[in-house]
Write a protein that binds this ligand. Structure first.
Ligand SMILES: Nc1nc2c(ncn2[C@@H]2O[C@H](COP(=O)(O)OP(=O)(O)OP(=O)(O)O)[C@@H](O)[C@H]2O)c(=O)[nH]1
Ligand SMILES: [Mg+2]
Length: 247
């Protein structure tokens, strides 16, 4: 018997150096790598989210993609069949937030139509809540633009500065109809929450689409693209091309 009730594919996308791999490692291994290598192509990890109300288990198969443009055509090919997507930027690196619109467009074009998307502002540990106090301490320096967030790996705390406010990210997410959370892959803050919120959304959409299908007279065990229910595994309805079981 499967150890999960639903199986769904997640993709993690965003600019290079925003912390995509670090988020996945923190989720699956509860540890933080200070100097991870940039991802080449894609990496994989899986995690089970339990729905509190029902006890149902959703196995999230997470594909962590390389942010580098060099791998873009390879990584895009992994979007197919994804029911969940994490769009990651660094709150200390504005360009990575400005590029989110392109990542979102890509996901909407290449992932499943009804994909559950969450915008993730990572590196919250580098920006204390009380930013005005931080500016005082740092003598109001403006901070020089840096080409990639990863360059900030060696920066001192003093020249790290929030470059994307929570409010503007929230507004962007609201306008696009996607979820939003700020995380720290370093401390683990909200990391599980980010994946959980996407998984809950997938679960809710799955049940809504199943209800619609049965209302429309479709067979029991029908599923939404990108999600497989263990109870219906092996039935013809669940062997569609969009399903995402990985052997
Ligand atoms: N302080 C802090 N550093 C972080 C955080 N997340 C990642 N980092 C650091 O940021 C750098 C880049 O992290 P990665 O996880 O490799 O970034 P990535 O998005 O996977 O990059 P690519 O694989 O090149 O696309 C590393 O030095 C991490 O240690 C975070 O939440 N806080
Ligand atoms: Mg990576």
């Amino acid at each position: 018997m499967a150890s999960w009730d639903f199986l769904s594919k997640f993709i993690i996308v965003g600019d290079s150096g925003v912390g995509k791999s670090s988020l996945l490692v923190q989720l699956t291994d509860q540890r933080f790598l200070a100097e991870p290598d940039p991802t080449i192509g894609v990496e994989f990890g899986s995690y089970v989210v339990t729905i509190d109300e029902t006890g149902e288990k959703i196995k999230c198969q997470c594909w962590d993609t390389a942010g580098s443009e060099t791998f873009r055509s390879i990584t895009r090919s992994y979007y197919r069949g994804a029911a969940g997507a994490l769009l990651v930027y660094s709150i200390t690196h504005r360009p990575s937030f400005l590029h989110i619109a392109e990542w979102l467009k890509d996901v909407r074009e290449h992932a499943e139509e009804d994909v559950s998307i969450i915008l993730v502002g990572n590196m919250s540990d580098l920006c204390p809540e009380d930013e005005s106090e931080e500016e005082e301490e740092e003598g109001n320096e403006t901070g020089s633009p840096q080409s990639t967030p990863s360059k900030k790996r060696s920066s001192t705390k003093a020249n790290l500065r929030r470059q994307v406010t929570r409010k503007e990210a929230e507004e962007f997410a609201k306008k696009e109809g996607i979820m939003f959370v700020e995380t720290s892959a370093k401390t683990g803050s909200n990391v599980e929450e980010a994946f959980k919120r996407a998984a809950y959304d997938i679960h809710a959409r799955f049940h809504a689409s199943s209800a619609n299908q049965s209302r429309a007279g479709m067979t029991a065990g029908s599923t939404r693209p990108g999600v497989i229910a263990a109870s219906a595994q092996g039935t013809d309805t669940n062997r569609g091309r969009n399903c995402c079981i990985i052997a």
